[in-house]
Design a protein around this ligand. Structure first.
Ligand SMILES: [Zn+2]
Length: 452
């Protein structure tokens, strides 16, 4: 395998330059215009002429055909940054910063793309290699994305479901990606986990009635007090979430009122509802929506609940994981990698891919600080991105060499969550909801209509 890893090594400067450029030009999801243009330019320079650009939004893909029949392997890198306005390296205007390290994924992807164009790189492989730059993994700026949905530009708040819905991935048989991470154990270079929670994104608009907050509060209906009760109601549900759900419900208030001397008549809450599998997820989400509706009604408010399908749970494919662990050992030695069997309660839209084809979400270390925190940066880009690219190439080679026997075995053993893209899309669309859930009837009764 060394000859393959050397092909990446040969292109390491390209990888390191990309890590630096994209770190310095962070852009949040569906706004990754500079990053997208930069990656496009680099791909074109490498000789990728057949590039399909996502219509109307950021992201693109290209397919490298070995010319021999075999499965199609999808490898992705995420273009988007987070927003942390207090991160020292954030964009001073937008607050954007790569505090989840997605810039490192793009850099590694370039190393892979460059290595695949080296002489002899794909001579022993069969099948097709689909390289894709995807937008918007981080589920932030929900209001902005809701606007894109209303304009018909996108259907989903996350890039991978969006690309699945656009049928960009109809031909894929197996998939993987690489994400940067930090770890206190300096010897570690690679980590794999068992999987991640799914997520439903929620925007709740609590509607009350404004009035003078000092002089005539009795004439108002306080939407902030209702929001406060909503938080309490959700908190009171937590003991009902079974451990195996891995449920997480967390919120922020993005609008708390207009003026301190007026009773707030509109408060906006953004929430995530996360859980480990679709049925539990629906149960938890329904109970959260009931709590929101009933707590609002208690104060005399109405609410508009907007549920948006986020990510499905990521179930790492155990057989594909075995391939990656072999590659990790080749690159980093016995002590250089770790399989962590813990289930992570965080979410990624790689889960959507894993609900359709065998998939893994590999981690490469070299970052320091807390993921999504104000101290996160890539301290060792060689370890993170150059070795990351080697890992991607190594897994790809092992899957597609020897007539793609390993890929074929993994695909044959795989049991998808959804049997088709259509079934998957029907499920995603069933989560989307936009509803006034508290109905004040003329006879004085209140109806709560909170189920999607
Ligand atoms: Zn991330």
């Amino acid at each position: 395998m060394k000859k393959y890893y050397d092909l990446v090594e040969k292109n390491k400067q390209l990888v390191l330059d990309a890590e630096k450029y994209i770190w310095e030009n962070p852009e949040p999801g569906y706004k990754e215009f500079k990053t997208n243009a930069y990656m496009l330019e680099q791909f074109e320079k490498l000789g990728y002429t057949d590039i399909v650009k996502a219509e109307n939004c950021t992201g693109f893909y290209t397919v490298l055909d070995t010319g021999r029949v075999g499965p199609t392997v999808l490898i992705m890198a995420e273009l988007d940054s987070l927003i942390n306005t207090t991160h020292p390296a954030c964009d001073k205007e937008t607050g954007a910063v790569h505090s989840c390290g997605h810039h490192a994924q793009c850099a590694a992807m370039l190393g892979l793309a460059a290595a695949l164009k080296e002489e002899g790189a794909i001579d022993n492989l069969c099948g097709k290699i689909k390289l894709c730059l995807v937008p918007a993994e981080e589920g932030i700026e929900i209001g902005y994305r809701k606007g894109l949905i209303q304009k018909g530009i996108i259907e989903f708040t996350s890039g991978k479901p969006e690309f699945i819905a656009r049928r960009y991935f109809d031909d894929i048989d197996i998939a993987f990606m690489l994400h940067s991470t930090s770890n206190k154990n300096e010897k570690l270079n690679f980590i794999l986990t068992r999987g991640h929670n799914g997520v439903i994104r929620k925007r709740t608009i609590v509607k009350g009635k404004s009035a003078h907050a000092g002089g005539r509060p009795h004439e108002g209906i306080n939407a902030l007090n209702a929001a406060s009760l909503i938080m309490m109601a959700i908190n009171s549900l937590r003991e009902t979430f079974k451990e195996e759900y891995y449920a997480r419900v967390h919120s922020i208030i993005t609008k708390g009122g207009d003026a301190v001397n007026a009773v707030p008549d509109e408060v906006i809450i953004e929430s995530y509802v996360r859980a480990a599998e679709p049925i539990a997820h629906k149960m938890v989400n329904d109970s959260v929506n009931r709590a929101i509706s009933a707590a609002a009604a208690a104060i005399g408010c109405t609410v508009l609940i907007e549920d948006m399908a986020g990510s499905e749970a990521l179930n790492e494919d155990a057989n594909l994981r075995e391939v990656a662990l072999e590659v990790f050992e080749e690159i980093a030695g016995k002590e250089g990698y770790q399989y962590d069997s813990e289930w992570l309660a965080s979410s990624t839209d790689m889960g959507d891919i894993s609900s359709l084809v065998p998939a893994i979400h590999m981690y490469s270390t070299g970052a320091v600080g807390t993921s999504h925190g104000i101290d996160m940066f890539i301290k060792d880009p060689y370890k993170c991105c150059v070795n990351g690219a080697k890992a991607e190439l190594g897994v790809l080679v092992k899957l597609l060499e020897n007539n793609a026997q390993r890929a074929k075995d993994i695909i044959a053993k795989f049991k998808p969550t959804f049997n088709s893209v259509d079934e998957y899309l029907a499920h995603k669309r069933s989560i989307n909801m936009e509803k006034d859930t508290v109905i004040m009837n003329e006879d004085g009764t209140i109806t709560l209509d909170y189920k999607g």
